[in-house]
Design a protein around this ligand. Structure first.
Ligand code: FES
Length: 147
């Protein structure tokens, strides 16, 4: 493969759809060069950047936060291992939160899916009068908010 990759090659190697790659580019998270034909061409190191974006999204970072993190990378050279590890150093709290969220989800799945009781005492889905809305958007009790 050449040093400059087509969007199809980047999509195939990264596992990220071409439409998502274009979206990342519109958001300034990745950059391409234009070939004479006007088609996008990506330098190979973009694959690591994309892997970072995908992983950061899984950890729970927003695209804005990811953009802020990526801006910390050196603009004048390929990032080193140290550059990349510096970015993810502060993620352990987020990963712990994510693990706790998934454990709640797992517990909720075994308790509630197919149960249907909506017990006011123990069900995380029960939300009479939508009192949970006062704490913010989303399924608040599943997210760990207390009643
Ligand atoms: S539906 Fe029965 S515990 Fe949630």
């Amino acid at each position: 493969m050449s040093e400059l990759l087509t969007i199809s090659e980047v999509s195939g190697r990264s596992g990220v759809a071409s439409s998502a790659l274009r979206f990342y580019e519109e958001r300034g998270l990745i950059e391409s060069e234009r070939a004479g034909s006007g088609h996008r061409r990506y330098p190979r190191p973009v694959l690591r950047r994309i892997a970072f974006i995908v992983f950061a999204q899984r950890v729970g970072l927003t695209l804005e936060e990811i953009g802020t993190e990526l801006e910390k990378l050196p603009p004048d050279r390929a990032p080193t291992r140290r550059d990349w590890s510096r970015l993810s150093r502060g993620w352990s709290d987020r990963i712990d939160d994510r693990i706790a969220e998934l454990e709640r989800l797992k517990a909720g799945l075994t308790e509630c899916i197919g149960c249907g009781c909506l017990s006011l005492d123990r069900c995380r889905l029960a939300n009479p009068g939508d009192r949970a809305a006062g704490a913010g958007p989303g399924p608040r009790y599943w997210m760990g908010d207390r009643r």
